[in-house]
Design a protein around this ligand. Structure first.
Ligand SMILES: NC(=O)c1ccc[n+]([C@@H]2O[C@H](COP(=O)([O-])OP(=O)(O)OC[C@H]3O[C@@H](n4cnc5c(N)ncnc54)[C@H](OP(=O)(O)O)[C@@H]3O)[C@@H](O)[C@H]2O)c1
Length: 324
């Protein structure tokens, strides 16, 4: 190698040496990233049980009456966490509480709030839980109802509701919870996780605002991680952003496949990775592989792919309408 490199350098000058040198560095960095990826998904032990500290640890899950949120709540309850669950429909949430109680032992509390609405007093909403030892918060509530058209096809009120649903609710709930979480973090680890979407890495036309709200959550998680370490002694409260791909759920009844798991399977994967070493990751391996492959391409290539995909989706929707 040294000989051939020396000979090549003599023949073509220092340019070839620089190409070899930079190439070797790039290969080493990529190999390191690949090994980190393998370690994270295949070997890193789950840390979710380290959040079972204190006499009665609680996990708070928003949007927990169906889909991913319900699956996550079920999984955490089975692991021994008490629960505070959130929904918008009292009868439905009471049914979920009964279902959960039939499956195990533990305390389950709930609160009701329509996340699309503004004007809640979050301190008041959380008052019944102010003395509970909350160690895990999963901000799961959210979604998208803008599947057709451009942003100016929707009213200002509809856009505000979409932002409330995916951003403001999480932001204000986190703000109200933080003092209590910091107190809990004195006794052991505390984590707040935001359920995001891979759409944020390739915003599809007609999902633009939804994608932007998820990107907001990613920056929020990253910034709060540094903020909690900046003012005085680090508080010990950590934040994570979860890049979620397709999941077959009540709100998004996709055909189940290797890349589109059921909400139950996805919930299991999400809970296993709670509190893991990364702050920004896809909890489900096939989503992580898809995200990783997408990151090899330039933004313009991803955007071109996304345009084609959206066109196909709209055509399929149109055909379904014609046949029904
Ligand atoms: N499914 C996917 O393919 C996918 C992909 C990427 C990201 N995500 C994200 O994953 C999260 C959960 O999605 P999902 O597919 O599991 O949704 P889902 O099946 O529709 O379930 C959403 C949960 O949130 C509740 N909810 C909905 N709107 C609400 C509101 N305005 N106020 C209070 N609660 C409300 C629902 O209550 P009800 O039971 O009353 O409806 C339900 O408990 C969302 O943040 C979504 O953006 C999902």
């Amino acid at each position: 190698m040294t000989l051939s490199l020396t000979t090549a350098t003599q023949m073509w000058g220092p340019a070839v040496f620089i190409v070899f040198f930079v190439g070797a560095i790039v290969i080493v960095i990529q190999a390191f990233h690949f090994l980190q990826f393998l370690w994270f998904y295949l070997f890193e032990p789950s840390s979710v049980r380290s959040y079972l500290h204190g006499p009665a640890p609680y996990a708070l899950v928003t949007g927990a009456t169906d889909g991913i949120g319900k699956a996550v709540a079920q999984e955490l309850f089975a692991k021994g966490f008490n629960l505070i669950i959130h929904g918008r429909n009292e009868a439905k949430i009471q049914k979920v509480v009964e279902e959960l109680k039939a499956q195990g032992r533990g305390d389950i509390r709930y609160f009701i709030a329509d996340a699309t609405k503004s004007g809640y007093n979050f301190d008041q909403l959380l008052e019944p839980f102010h003395d509970l030892h909350i160690t895990i918060v999963i901000h799961n509530v959210g979604g998208n109802y803008m599947n057709e058209g451009k942003i100016d096809d929707y009213s200002a009120a509809e856009l505000v509701e979409l932002v409330n649903w995916n951003v403001t609710f999480h932001l204000l709930l986190t703000r109200a919870l933080l003092p209590q979480l910091r107190t809990t973090a004195v006794h052991g680890p505390v984590i707040v996780e935001f359920v995001g979407s891979q759409v944020a890495d390739g915003p599809m036309p007609s999902m633009v605002v939804y994608a932007a709200t998820k990107a907001f959550l990613r920056i929020l998680a990253r910034g709060l991680n540094t903020e909690e370490r900046f003012w005085g002694t680090p508080s010990g409260v950590r934040f994570a952003y979860l890049a979620v791909g397709g999941v077959s759920s009540a709100g998004n009844p996709l055909t189940v496949s290797a890349t589109q798991p059921t909400a139950a399977d996805f919930g299991k994967a999400l809970v296993e990775k709670i509190g893991s070493s990364r702050w920004n990751y896809a909890p489900y391996l096939p989503h992580a592989i898809m995200g990783s492959v997408a990151s090899w391409f330039s933004d313009s290539m991803v955007d071109r792919f996304v345009l084609g995909l959206t066109k196909q989706m709209h055509e399929d929707r149109q055909k379904k309408r014609l046949h029904s």
